[in-house]
Each structure stands twice: as C-alpha cells, then as structure tokens.
Design a binder for this molecule. Structure first.
Ligand SMILES: Cc1cc2nc3c(=O)[nH]c(=O)nc-3n(C[C@H](O)[C@H](O)[C@H](O)COP(=O)(O)O)c2cc1C
Length: 175
C-alpha cells in the first residue's frame, strides 16, 4: 500500500471487537516501533506488550479521562524509554508511537495513542507514576504514551487529501 494511502486511512480508533489481533500483524506493528529512527541511534525505547485484562483495566485509569478505552483494547504497547541512554526520549518515543500507529492502520488494526507524559490520574498522581506502579517499572524509565490496539469495531472513515488544510504550508523564498 502506498504510504500516503496509509496516512489517509489512518485514524484514531478507540472501539474494538473482542477478537484477538493476529500474531503476524502484531509482529509487524512491533517491527515498526523497532525500526523507528532515534537521535544518535541510541535506541532508548523498549516496547512492553500488555494483554492481561486486569492490567489493561488498571491502565485505563491512568488518566482522568481519555484513557478509558484501554479497558476494551485487545493489547497495549507501552513505550518505555531509558533516560540513562538518551536525552531525546520524548522525541524517540513519539516517533516510535507514530510508526506503530501507522503500521497498525496499514494492517487494518485499530489503534490510538494514549498520552501519559504530562498527564495526571484521577487521584492527582502523575500518569507516568501510576503506569510505572501498575507495571513495576523503575523511575529512570519515562513513558510518553501507550498505544491501545484492537480489531476495529467499525470502520472509521479516513481522510481525503482534498480536505487537508494546505494553508498551513509556507514557503520562505530568497527573492
Ligand atoms: C501526542 C498525542 C497524544 C494523544 N493522546 C490521546 C489520548 O490520551 N487519548 C485519546 O483518546 N486520543 C489521544 N490522541 C489522539 C488524538 O486525539 C487524535 O489523533 C486527533 O483527535 C485526530 O484524530 P485522528 O487521529 O483520528 O486523525 C493523541 C494523539 C497524539 C498525537
């Protein structure tokens, strides 16, 4: 599939069936994360695949709102960045999340980014501390986001290139 077609098709999908994500599709999504470029090629990110119902339910409480759908996800990939390896963990984690989100779309798997960094849980605890506690992750690992994944409950309409706001592109010319 042409990359632009995948980009047009890509949407944030938050409602999933109870079906299992096929193993080959999951592998491709993880490969996309592993292939994401990183500053100085330091590769600070690890990918923690969560499929325990209990853990997914706990993770769905990691924010005051907009993380609830994790409860019904088939799997979640928590991107865990080692800050002792790189200072560009935000950028590296974000690129990996975006690569996996795109690959999921290409594989007809629904996915949605759940922002963890800079967010708070219901109790006022930082979402990062909450997730670290649920999954038993050390403090020097930072968590920018989680990718929720599942077989889409229904088709979410993609974008049309004609509808994209091209006014946001500017050209700086010498003359
Ligand atoms: C950095 C980032 C953080 C996001 N965090 C959340 C989130 O916590 N919960 C959520 O439901 N969607 C989240 N999203 C998805 C956006 O809401 C979504 O991309 C946006 O509304 C556009 O919709 P689309 O992805 O279907 O094009 C996030 C997306 C990005 C890029």
């Amino acid at each position: 599939m042409d990359l632009l077609d995948v980009m047009l098709k890509r949407r944030s999908v938050r409602k999933y069936t109870e079906d299992e994500i096929p193993k080959e599709k999951m592998n491709k999504i993880l490969q996309a994360g592993l292939l994401a470029p990183t500053s100085r090629n330091r590769k600070p990110c690890s990918f923690l695949v969560v499929d325990s119902k209990d853990a997914l339910e706990k993770l769905s409480e990691s924010k005051e709102s907009s993380s609830k759908f994790l409860k019904n996800a088939n799997k979640a990939i928590v991107v865990v960045a080692n800050t002792l390896i790189s200072d560009t963990w935000i950028e590296d984690s974000s690129i990996a999340l975006a690569f996996m989100h795109l690959m999921a779309a290409e594989q007809d798997i629904g996915s949605c980014w759940v922002q963890i960094h800079l967010r708070k849980s219901k109790s006022g605890q930082s979402s990062e501390d909450y997730v670290r506690e649920v999954l038993g992750i050390d403090d020097y690992f930072r968590i920018v986001g989680i990718l929720a994944l599942g077989v889409p409950f229904r088709e979410v309409k993609g974008y049309e290139i004609e509808d994209v706001d091209k006014e946001r592109v500017h050209y700086y010319c010498k003359e």
